[in-house]
Design a protein around this ligand. Structure first.
Ligand SMILES: [Zn+2]
Length: 210
């Protein structure tokens, strides 16, 4: 088992931030989890916890598998035979799972993503995969929302992109202020969605009426 065997076989940091010499090994990561268990007052040697450090490290490998991916590459294959279709394309109510970079606890919610095609459209699952690729990193909801919209705008060059994320932060629902029913809504609009209030309202209406 090498230190870099992420699910996708790539280093866990973005390509422009790779510093492989400084990256701890899997064994060091597991030792850190064991330290945390002892700090909690636990006995890492007891039966129920024996494999926990290895499981936690594998879980975080999955939670953060987006670091090894290039979300823009997911949008590289497009279709242009859509009979001149030029109205909004919207993927609604996409389950979103991420982790907050301040507390390392889940951010769980729903994303709505729309774009206004300029001749080309992408396969319907690709928008959800772009979301996942950014969500499987440590995030703030604001950053995630902006990254998804800007990636689609840059890679696909549509006439506009709209992203709305509605999510609950477990750092707020299960600790701290303990407000379980609060969700946070963030939006990012580019191009026509910024300039055309009617278009923006159609997106917001469709996001609301589930
Ligand atoms: Zn947090």
């Amino acid at each position: 088992m090498t230190p870099y065997d992420n699910a996708n076989g790539k280093p866990a940091k973005p390509a422009d931030q790779q510093d492989t010499a400084a990256r701890p090994t899997r064994e060091e990561a597991e030792a850190a989890v064991e330290t945390l268990l002892r700090w909690m007052g636990e006995s890492p040697a007891r039966e129920g916890l024996a494999d926990t450090p290895a499981r936690v490290v594998r879980a975080w490998e999955e939670f953060c598998s987006g670091y090894g991916e290039d979300p823009a590459a997911l949008l590289s294959s497009t279709f242009d035979e859509v009979e001149g279709y030029d109205d909004m394309v919207m993927l609604r109510s996409i389950r979103m799972e991420s982790h907050c970079e301040h507390h390392l606890v889940p951010i769980l919610g729903t994303a709505h993503i729309a774009y206004l095609p300029d001749r080309r459209v992408v396969g319907i699952s690709k928008l959800a995969r772009v979301l996942d690729s950014f969500a499987r990193r440590l995030q703030t909801q604001e950053t995630l929302t902006a990254q998804v919209a800007d990636c689609i705008q840059t890679a696909l060059q549509p006439r506009g992109v709209a992203v709305l994320i509605d999510a609950q932060h477990q750092c707020m629902t299960t600790r701290g202020v303990h407000k379980p029913d609060v969700s946070m809504v963030t939006t990012r609009f580019t191009g026509a969605f910024q300039d055309d209030q009617d278009l923006r309202n159609r997106f917001l209406d469709q996001a609301r009426h589930l």
